[in-house]
Design a protein around this ligand. Structure first.
Ligand SMILES: Cc1cc2nc3c(=O)[nH]c(=O)nc-3n(C[C@H](O)[C@H](O)[C@H](O)COP(=O)(O)OP(=O)(O)OC[C@H]3O[C@@H](n4cnc5c(N)ncnc54)[C@H](O)[C@@H]3O)c2cc1C
Length: 395
């Protein structure tokens, strides 16, 4: 009998397994994949996420994968250009964008180092129940089937969560898909984290491992069926027309990988928890990838959950209360970000936003504060101060 079984061993599952094992619980971590294994992502970890890695003692191992430090952001909307850096969190002002086949094994290794048992190549296909309480999992591997029991099953198994569908976790918030995205990796492309936006288009660059820079292009979901027919042409055309300076740099660069993409950018919250189960990361709350925040959000949720559970995991009634509190905190903390992400994913350029960006463009302190609202290092209310309104009045 385990205290916890964690299904899914990436950004949500592995840190949860690590922290619960460090807290003295007996933890089994399962993933159907065998690591290292890539997954679709543009990799950017905001300062609050980097701070969590630092607090957990795994940041050095992530940095040791060779992902370059990112401490300058370029953000261009129409003719307005901002350059700066988010505020830091706990002294961490540098962001990182590690490839997922590098990051996720580091997180899983930290979980096993903490004492969690990790089984790869194990697909959870069923749940065990004691009455209406989830009491374990049923798994399939290449060698056959097995069952394991636990007081708590954590579904950290991504957007298409098996645990969510087996528990029947209802969707509590749901919105239409807004965007689709295509990206590839380029060598010899000097870049920092750069974002260029115009109506219905957004292009970004993200420096990552092995001297490669990711170049991505977002399009409206309404164009997905047309674009997917010849995605490479649409991708290069969008870079040329949305970020001409990046397109110019591509001339001296070499595309090192194929084009990746997805239109399956779902937007939802599911009920976070029930008797003996809880959803963590993308399984419980998923939004368009345009805000680059799923990894950071997963880390923050992990800490939230583990703090709520504390030393009460073996007390059934106390555990259920803790899971309920986690669900309420999760929704309260992330609902604003969710709606902000949906707005950004609409790829509209609101004139009042351009006016605001133009007003702060010459003010480095306001630019950095603005980037801090995007990273989550600063509350939005702390940005809309008298100082900002004074700057706006000058435009
Ligand atoms: C195109 C794109 C770009 C993105 N860019 C960024 C970005 O720049 N920054 C950022 O922060 N976020 C980004 N994200 C979001 C980020 O990738 C996710 O939010 C993050 O991966 C969520 O982590 P997770 O651990 O919840 O789920 P996942 O990463 O989906 O991991 C789930 C794991 O569960 C395992 N699993 C699933 N089902 C089972 C089962 N039945 N049994 C056993 N194991 C199972 C899977 O094998 C997988 O390893 C992006 C996403 C996309 C699609």
């Amino acid at each position: 009998m385990y205290d916890v079984i964690v299904v899914g061993a990436r950004c949500a599952g592995s840190p949860a397994a690590m922290l619960l094992a460090r807290a003295g619980y007996r933890v089994l971590l399962l993933d159907k994949a065998r690591f290292p294994r890539d997954t679709l992502s543009t990799h950017y970890i905001h300062q609050p996420g980097v701070a969590k890695l630092g607090q957990w003692g795994v940041l050095d191992d992530v940095v040791a994968t060779g992902c370059p430090p990112i401490d300058r952001i370029v953000y261009q909307v129409e003719d307005v250009r901002l350059e700066g850096c988010s505020w830091g969190v706990d002294g961490h002002r540098t962001a990182y964008a590690p490839r997922r086949h590098r990051l996720d094994p580091v997180l899983a290794a930290a979980a096993t180092a903490a004492g969690a048992e990790f089984r790869e190549g194990c697909q959870v296909e069923g749940l065990l129940f004691d009455g209406d309480r989830v009491a374990g999992v049923r798994c399939t591997t290449s060698n056959g089937r097995f069952e394991e029991r636990a007081r708590l099953v954590i579904g950290a198994d991504g957007m298409r969560s098996t645990v969510a569908s087996l528990t029947g976790a209802p969707t509590t918030v749901e919105d239409d898909r807004r965007s689709c995205v295509y990206f590839s990796y380029w060598e010899d492309l000097p870049a920092t984290f750069e974002v260029y936006a115009r109506p219905h288009r957004l292009v970004g660059t993200v420096p990552t491992n092995d001297g490669r820079t990711l170049v991505g292009a977002y399009f409206p979901q309404s164009e997905f069926d047309r674009i997917r027919g010849d995605a490479m042409t649409a991708y290069l055309e969008s870079v040329r027309t949305t970020a001409p300076e990046v397109h110019e740099r591509l001339r001296a660069a070499r595309r090192a990988e194929r084009l990746y993409g997805t239109g399956d950018q779902r937007n939802f919250f599911r009920q976070a928890a029930g008797p003996g189960w809880v959803l963590l990361g993308d399984s419980g709350y998923h939004k368009d990838s345009i805000g680059n925040s799923g990894i950071t959000d997963a880390f923050l949720q992990v800490q939230m959950l583990v703090d709520h559970i504390g030393d009460g995991l073996r007390d059934e009634a106390g555990l259920d209360l803790a899971l309920g509190r986690f669900g309420r905190d999760r929704d309260e903390h992330f609902l604003g970000l969710y709606h902000g992400t949906l707005k950004a994913a609409g790829l509209e350029i609101q004139p009042e936003r351009v006016t605001m960006l133009r007003a702060i463009a010459g003010r480095q302190d306001l630019v950095d504060t603005y980037f801090a609202t995007l990273s989550g290092a600063c509350e939005i209310d702390d940005f809309y101060t008298d100082e900002l309104f004074d700057a706006l009045a000058l435009v």
